[in-house]
Design a protein around this ligand. Structure first.
Ligand SMILES: Nc1ncnc2c1ncn2[C@@H]1O[C@H](COP(=O)(O)OP(=O)(O)OP(=O)(O)O)[C@@H](O)[C@H]1O
Length: 338
């Protein structure tokens, strides 16, 4: 099912939390709502589910307004961070619950529960209760219960944040595998950049109740629309300059661009910068620190004193004080007007 949000605004206790959010999640894709704590991610998820009513705008499901539909009629299911299983019910009873509510026969719901338990690798856990399982197992039951409801849109509110690193990795692959298998339109709330970039077909970066950019992981990382977006996704190098007659010119680099004349900052990701020992030797390494797998290096330009940070793969052939040539991959440059 396609999900479309049209100019959604939400106010809570007199404060505007979401500010005219528009976004389309095409059928069957996996989208992450990414952003710092308090930017409104969970509020947006709950608005999609119908738990929080919007002050303005519309939630459109498969081309039809869902604004007047209560939560249980929207076909959306939320999995919360704390999973919220029914503690007095067994695993099978938890998974079967949404099916029973829909009047599915006992024979049928037991069959579906058993198939889903197999999919989340919990066959044999049918009669356990929450207090007899680990966090990861409880999460898999919550996922099976969500899938049992045959949701049109699956909404995941930070479901991996309470798990340890290895389990988190395992659960991410399981969720993605099932999401692709069931072809469920899915929206994940996360504050983990890596999680958003590696799991999603598209990422919506939120800040202060607004979406700053909604794009594929490659585009949002490589072609950010603003400095705010660029900075959010990690280290960046900025160089000030001007564009004149379609040439960007600065003290250390110039190249052709398709931009109108004016003042700009050009942005590079550290991976778009290469260090070489031969060439015009324009930078000096003033700091080098091991990060695990690579080194973080700080370099200073010989004459202009422009400084930049980059990474050097392990083992580093360079030392602090070495004078090197810095090459910029201008195909990966992004220009922001100043
Ligand atoms: N019922 C409420 N009444 C008033 N303000 C609220 C209410 N619920 C949430 N807020 C505020 O709305 C803002 C957004 O909250 P929300 O939970 O959507 O953020 P979030 O991006 O999901 O954050 P986190 O990653 O910490 O969960 C916060 O400033 C929060 O304090």
């Amino acid at each position: 099912m396609e999900l479309s949000l049209q100019n959604i605004s939400v106010s809570l206790s007199g404060k505007e939390i979401l500010k005219s959010i528009s976004l389309t999640v095409e059928e069957g894709i996996f989208v992450s709502l990414l952003g710092a704590s308090g930017c409104g991610k969970s509020t947006l998820l709950k608005t999609i589910a119908g738990i929080i009513p919007q002050t303005r705008g519309s939630v459109i499901l498969d081309g039809k307004s869902a604004d007047k539909l209560p939560c249980h009629k929207r076909g959306t299911v939320i999995v919360f961070q704390d999973f919220r299983l029914f503690p007095h019910m067994t695993v099978v009873e938890n998974i079967s619950f949404p099916l029973k509510m829909r009047g599915v026969s006992k024979e049928e719901y037991l069959k579906i529960a058993s198939e889903l338990l197999e999919k989340v690798q919990l066959t044999g856990f049918e009669n356990r209760r929450s207090y007899e399982m680990s966090g990861g197992q409880i999460q898999r039951v919550a996922l099976a219960r969500a899938l049992a409801a045959k949701p049109n849109v699956l909404l995941l509110d930070e479901p991996f944040s309470s798990l340890d690193v290895n389990l988190r990795k395992e659960m991410r692959s399981l969720v993605l595998k099932l999401q692709k298998e069931f072809k469920i339109t899915t929206v994940l709330v996360t504050h983990d950049r890596h999680e958003a970039l590696t799991m999603s077909d598209k990422v919506a970066l939120m800040m202060d109740g607004k979406i700053l950019q909604y794009d594929t992981p490659e585009k949002i990382f490589e072609s950010p629309v603003s400095r705010q977006v660029a900075d959010y996704f990690g280290d960046v190098i900025y160089i000030d300059g001007i564009v004149k007659d379609h040439i960007f010119q600065s003290e250390i680099i110039s190249f052709s661009v398709d931009k109108p004349d004016g003042l700009y900052e050009v942005m590079f990701r550290p991976s778009a910068v290469q260090i070489m020992s031969n060439g015009n030797k324009n930078f000096r390494i003033c700091d080098l620190s091991y990060q695990g797998e690579n080194y973080s290096a700080r370099l200073e330009h010989n004459e202009t004193k422009i400084k930049l940070n980059t990474t050097i793969p392990f083992p580093s052939p360079y030392q602090i004080g070495d004078v090197v040539t810095v090459l910029f991959d201008t195909n990966r440059s992004v220009l922001f007007p100043v």
